[in-house]
Design a protein around this ligand. Structure first.
Ligand SMILES: O=C(O)CCCC[C@@H]1SC[C@@H]2NC(=O)N[C@@H]21
Length: 257
């Protein structure tokens, strides 16, 4: 395993072990306020209490994977536009992983899949300041060099299992952060709305099961539907087999994978 290079292009805190890199960086930001620069990143070789979506835990073998969190202060972004952060983070990861496979997709809202297996999970925690976003912490777990999975997590896969080779985790990390920075900067230019539309279009093209009918489950049970669109605020719009549109917020619908 290669160590973290001294030339890493962003401020980096590389920990051997912590409970959760999201918790670590948010505590650091609470203590030091905005002197923690944007894109400061915390990595860990191991997390004892990695946080997942929906209150789940995130498990990963020690020293094999990418477990990291970084901070942004998108104070120019209205809270109702916060889904764009999820789009730029998931696109940045997908585009990096595209180097090794053309079967990488984004499973709404922001899991990264290879075929029908999960390679990466993303947990974005935003602190709002009035109608705007004050601070955004993106926490990302990517299965990189893990050989096998022991937990009952559904359908995990690692990059090594896909390619048959070990990968340099810090190289992948620096590429992802560069992509995030480019997308993020684009939102702050005069052409921000053009870039927002371009990001939405790329995101739509990258979606898991974006064509055809597939099984889903909501509070009323299972049904078959096709994806119509994802709205700017992140709502997921399906059309069921009776031609009825069904619209969902996060966590209200599950794919049956
Ligand atoms: O449930 C999911 O899919 C999201 C998982 C996010 C896990 C990552 S690992 C690094 C960062 N620190 C955490 O505690 N969680 C995120």
């Amino acid at each position: 395993m290669k160590p973290c290079p001294e030339t890493f292009p962003y401020p980096l805190i590389a920990l051997d072990e912590t409970d959760s890199t999201n918790r670590y960086i948010s505590q650091l930001c609470n203590e030091l306020q905005e002197s923690v620069a944007e894109l400061t990143t915390v990595t860990a070789e191991f997390q004892s209490a990695g946080k997942g979506q929906r209150g789940n835990t995130w498990e990963a073998d020690k020293g094999k994977n990418l477990l990291f969190s970084f901070v942004l202060y998108p104070t120019f972004l209205e809270a109702r536009r916060q889904f764009i952060l999820s789009q730029i983070v998931s696109l940045s990861i997908k585009e990096e992983l595209d180097r090794w496979s053309d079967e990488i997709t984004i499973k709404w809202p922001n899991d990264i899949y290879w075929r029908d297996k999960k390679i990466c999970g993303i947990l974005i925690e935003n602190d709002l300041s009035g109608h705007f976003i004050g601070r955004s912490i993106s926490g990302i777990g990517i299965n990189i060099n893990q050989d096998e999975f022991h937990s009952d997590a559904p359908n995990p896969v690692s990059l090594k299992q896909i390619t048959g080779q070990e990968h340099d985790r810090y190289e992948i990390l620096s590429h992802i952060l560069k992509r995030v920075q480019i997308y993020y900067n684009s939102l702050q230019t005069e052409d921000g709305s053009t870039y927002t539309a371009e990001i939405a279009a790329r995101y739509a093209r990258s979606l898991f099961r974006r064509r055809g009918f597939h099984p889903y489950e909501d509070a009323d049970g299972r049904f078959s539907a096709r994806l119509l669109r994802v709205e700017q605020d992140g709502r997921f719009v399906l059309e069921d087999e009776n031609g009825k549109e069904r619209e969902y917020l996060f966590k209200e619908v599950q794919y049956i994978v």
